[in-house]
Structures are given as structure tokens and as C-alpha cells.
Design a protein around this ligand. Structure first.
Ligand code: ADP
Length: 546
């Protein structure tokens, strides 16, 4: 027997229409490249997103056509986030920090027809020009300066739609947006989000236990809108009609703190690197910023070090860890401490909060070794598999799907985890970053977090180096804080409080900086290249070089 409910497609159009009508006056604040503030509102975004859809239709761009964006976080990108999918075309956010070769590959592989590009990012586009098959390049003026005459102006383009344009009725499974994984693991792979997956992801993200969004919130996504839907913030905040603050290209800690204070931000999202910078600024300038009580920030993309959690606790800012992937729209788990654990000691609570969290509703998880599921005992490691309504079922147009899906329909994340009795997932490593020493596994993430707990350490990344006897042994690359000093021996003693001797890095090397990926994660592949010639001292089992 079927239910008697309507078959109402879950698409982005009703979100845009409702928010435009009910919350038209709610502000969308953009910080421009020159750091000046631009103010718009949902009425403006709704009207202009419709105009964008109409102009695309008038320009012969149709259902399923890919429209690329090369843009920072600002209101024009938000217009594209809604206007492009509502028209039936597909918003393809391009990661502007990628190498031009990689970007050209991605544009061609996706078959992008049109590019919307910020005026300040024209130099990035110029490097692709001649190598990509775009029919139209439309430039968004984000500075007061005029555009080079050979380019089409976005403002003029918006006027080209027909007055009575009606957006098409879309199926909820049609493509709405796409994004390529940033390629820390092999060739860039395209993921296509459907209207349905984006709508459901927005509902889930907004729930009180996760991002906890309400209409009265003010949301500042620091995570770029060119990466994994800015973790869904623009859509979730847009669905509720919450104020959005979009920071543009300047992501320095002082400027972000000014923005958090001035715009009375209550929710923000970014990678640990951003939060580390913000914590350092808060520590350096006590009392300088009056942030909103109840400010909650999500940290994801890489592991949240305990030192960062403690630092944010000190400043009474709530920081929660989330884990996800481009393939997952991106949210898979969020770390919220359950009410049944409220009696825990402070130490136990901290141990839970440093985990990546529990699966959000409709995301199913299992940890596997080969064909066998490992127990949820908090100790046994296995590869995390996931499935759910906003998890990719395949990569776009890729003959070799790289063995990422199991025969029974799960996505292999490539992350090696433990899951405890309460269901909290802890990422030990990416499979390829685990250190396999003498038949045992050492988690580089655990060592990094413990190193970053040391007062003199700003950043640390641990990699495996081949070893003649043990197969692999850990090497730690460490960046010291300005004005601080520490010796490798000191750092090893610090680690020895938490780890067994065989788990300690055999080498601790001080470096000026740790190479990063385009989205601010440690780039371990680059680090491995830097230490490719490393040789262990033949005599000492635990030699320490510096
Ligand atoms: P890429 O695969 O190109 O790095 P993604 O942004 O999709 O791009 O990265 C997803 C990966 O980032 C996950 O598989 C995981 O390894 C890592 N990751 C994401 N969030 C966390 C987190 N909170 N803690 C540890 N690792 C994380």
C-alpha cells in the first residue's frame, strides 16, 4: 500500500522562492577584494538568481549544461549557486587554487560551456585560455575597476533574459552542481550533486545537533564556495533565510575576527588551519574582539587537534569537529557529545570531542578489513565505508571508477578508522598515510595531534619513510612557533607520555613550513617527495636527526 502524500520534487527552486519572499530583507554581506563591505539581501539574490537563470536560457544554455564558476565567496557566487541549478543547468565550482594544467583538465573533462569568473581571477583564467573549450566567459565585477573590453560583463549579461521567464519543472534527481575532488589522491574525479541530495543535505546540516541553524543565525562560511558546496552552508542558510557573511579572498585571521565581530556572526565553518590562525590572534590580542555568545564553529577537512579544542574552550567559542568528503556533499559525521555521556570526566569528554563524531541521520557507516566488518570497540581499525542519500554512487564519466564502490553498494572512503561502542568514529589516517611498522600500524594523525599539543609547536605532519628492518618508520616534520624553541629529544619525551616507544617518530625534523594542498590540508605527498632521499642511520634503531 502506498502513502497518500504528494510526489513533490525536492529541488532548489522552492528554497529560493520562499526565502526571497519571506526573508527578503535579511542581509547578504560580502567582503570585497579591497576589504570594503558590499551589502545585499535575499530579495536581491532571489531576483538576480532568477535573472541569471533567464539570461542563461536566453543564451541557449539548457538542461544539464555545465556552467563553471571561478569565484571567491561573495553574493555573486551565491546568485550562481541558486540561479544556475534553478535554470536546469549545472553549477560547476572550480577550485581556483589548482594548478592550471589540472584546472584545464577539469574544465574539459566536465565539458563546461560557460565560465563565470571574478574580475580579480582573470589572471587564473588567462592561464587556461586557449586550452579550454568554453563558449562564453562572463566576468563578474567585484572591484570598482572597469573590465578589459574583450570580456562580457556579468551585469550586462543579467539583463539579457526574457521578462516572463519561467524556470523549468525539474526532476529532483537531475544534476544541480558538480565539484572535482581536489586530487590529493590521484586524478581529479567529478562528483555530481542532484537537487535532491543538496536539499536533504541542507535539512540535515541545519539540525540542532549539527550546525544548529535557525533563521536568526548569521553564517560565515570561511570554507571556500569552490570546494564541496562550502560544506553546504550557502544552501542550508539559504533554506532557512539566515544572514550570510561571505568573506571574499582575504582570509587573514585579524580580518576574519573583525568580520565575526562586526557582523555578529553566530555560525562559521573552516579547516583547522584557519582556526589555528584565529586562535593565535585571540591569544595575542586578549579582549580585542567581542564575539557573539553562542558562536559555534565547525572544523573539518583534517583532524582537529586537542590543543585547538582547548584553546577555543578557553575563549568560550564552541568548536565542533565534522568529517566528510567531496563525494559526500560533504557531511558524514559531526562530533556532538550525547546526553547519555554527560556524566563523563573532563578527560573522557575531551577524548570524545577529538573524534570525528557520529554518523548524521541517513548516513550509514561500517569499518571493514577486507570482507569482514570490524567491531565497534574503539580499537580495531578498518576502512570506513559509507552510504546514504547525499553520497556519490559513481564518478562522472570515468571509465575506471578506481574500485571506490563495493559490490554491495557502499562507498570506500579510503580513511582508516576505529568506531567506539557509542558510535564515535576516529580517523586514524588515510589508508595511504598509515605507517606500517613491523606489522603494526601507527596513526600519523595521533602523533601529529600530540606534537601540536606541545607549547612550542605550531604545526606537525608525520609521514612514513621506508625502513630496511621495519618496512616503514615515522618521521615528523615540525614547525616551531615564533620565538619558541624545542629539541627533538624534548618532543620525543613529550610524546613518550602518550605513546609506546615503538610508535615514536624516529626522526623529528624542523622545517619552516609544511606544504599544503589547495584547501589548506597538509600535503603529505609533497612532504614524502621532500624526504624521498632520507636514510635511516644504520646503527641506531631510534636515531634522531634534526
Ligand atoms: P581530497 O580527497 O581531495 O583531499 P576532500 O575534501 O574530499 O578532498 O577530502 C576528504 C578527506 O579529508 C577525507 O577522506 C579525510 O581523509 C579528510 N578529512 C575530512 N574531514 C576530516 C576530519 N575532521 N578529520 C580528519 N580527516 C578529515
Amino acid at each position: 500500500m502506498l502513502g497518500t502524500m504528494m510526489q513533490f520534487p525536492l529541488t532548489l527552486a522552492p528554497i529560493l522562492e520562499r526565502t526571497g519572499r519571506l526573508f527578503g530583507a535579511v542581509e547578504i554581506v560580502s567582503r570585497l577584494p579591497d576589504k570594503s563591505i558590499h551589502r545585499s539581501n535575499y530579495a536581491g539574490v532571489c531576483g538576480r538568481a532568477r535573472a541569471l537563470a533567464a539570461a542563461l536560457a536566453a543564451g541557449g544554455v539548457g538542461r544539464g549544461d555545465r556552467i563553471a564558476t571561478l569565484m571567491w565567496n561573495h553574493v555573486w557566487h551565491l546568485e550562481a549557486y541558486f540561479g544556475v541549478p534553478v535554470s536546469g543547468s549545472v553549477l560547476h565550482m572550480l577550485n581556483l587554487r589548482l594548478h592550471p594544467d589540472e584546472l584545464a583538465y577539469i574544465v574539459n573533462h566536465a565539458g563546461d560551456r560557460v565560465l563565470l569568473v571574478d574580475d580579480v581571477l582573470l589572471p587564473v583564467y588567462e592561464k587556461l585560455r586557449g586550452r579550454v573549450n568554453l563558449e562564453r566567459v562572463i566576468v563578474v565585477p567585484t572591484t570598482g575597476q572597469g573590465l578589459p573590453p574583450e570580456y562580457e560583463n556579468y551585469e550586462d549579461f543579467l539583463k539579457q533574459g526574457a521578462a516572463g521567464y519561467e524556470a523549468p519543472q525539474l526532476d529532483e534527481n537531475e544534476a544541480a552542481a558538480m565539484c572535482y575532488t581536489s586530487g590529493t589522491t590521484g586524478v581529479p574525479k567529478g562528483v555530481i550533486y542532484s537537487h535532491r541530495s543538496l536539499v536533504l543535505h541542507s535539512f540535515c546540516e541545519a539540525l540542532p545537533d549539527y550546525f544548529g541553524l535557525s533563521q536568526s543565525d548569521c553564517v560565515l562560511p570561511i570554507v571556500p564556495m569552490f570546494h564541496a558546496n562550502a560544506w553546504g552552508c550557502p544552501y542550508a542558510a539559504g533554506m532557512l533565510g539566515a544572514k550570510q557573511v561571505l568573506p571574499g579572498p582575504n582570509l587573514d585571521a585579524i580580518g576574519l575576527l573583525d568580520l565575526l565581530e562586526q557582523e555578529k556572526v553566530t555560525r562559521s565553518a573552516g579547516v583547522p588551519t584557519i582556526w589555528m590562525g584565529i586562535l593565535a590572534a585571540l591569544d595575542q590580542h586578549p579582549g580585542r574582539w567581542k564575539l557573539q555568545p553562542g558562536l559555534r564553529v565547525l572544523s573539518g577537512g583534517s583532524a582537529l587537534p586537542e590543543s585547538l579544542l582547548r584553546g577555543f574552550d578557553r575563549h568560550a567559542i564552541e568548536i565542533r569537529q565534522a568529517w566528510g568528503m567531496t563525494e559526500m556533499s560533504p557531511i558524514g559525521t559531526v562530533c556532538t557529545v550525547k546526553s547519555s555521556l554527560s556524566e563523563m570526566s573532563e578527560g573522557e569528554r575531551m577524548a570524545v570531542r577529538t573524534k570525528q563524531g557520529t554518523q548524521v541521520p541517513f548516513v550509514e557507516i561500517r569499518a571493514m578489513v577486507g570482507e569482514r566488518e570490524v567491531p565497534w570497540d574503539g580499537e580495531t581499525m578498518g576502512e570506513l565505508h559509507v552510504r546514504g542519500p547525499w553520497i556519490a554512487a559513481s564518478y562522472y564519466n570515468l571509465p575506471d571508477q578506481q574500485g571506490r564502490w563495493t559490490a554491495d553498494g557502499w562507498f570506500r572512503t579510503g580513511d582508516v578508522v576505529t568506531i567506539d561502542r557509542e558510535g564515535y568514529v576516529k580517523i586514524a589516517d588515510r589508508a595511504k598515510d598509515l605507517i606500517k611498522s613491523g606489522g603494526e600500524w601507527i596513526s600519523s594523525v595521533d602523533l601529529e595531534n600530540a606534537l601540536m599539543d606541545h607549547p612550542a609547536v605550531r604545526e606537525a605532519a608525520v609521514i612514513a619513510i621506508p625502513h630496511p628492518k621495519w618496512a616503514e618508520r615515522p618521521l615528523a616534520a615540525v614547525v616551531l612557533k615564533d620565538g619558541h624553541d624545542a629539541t627533538p629529544e624534548e618532543l620525543r619525551s613529550h610524546l613518550a607520555r602518550k605513546f609506546n616507544r615503538w610508535q615514536l617518530p624516529d626522526a623529528i625534523v624542523f622545517v619552516p613550513e609544511i606544504p599544503r594542498t589547495s584547501v589548506g590540508k597538509f600535503q603529505k605527498s609533497r612532504l614524502r617527495e621532500m624526504f624521498a632521499d632520507w636514510e635511516w642511520e644504520p646503527t641506531a634503531e631510534a636515531a634522531v636527526k634534526s
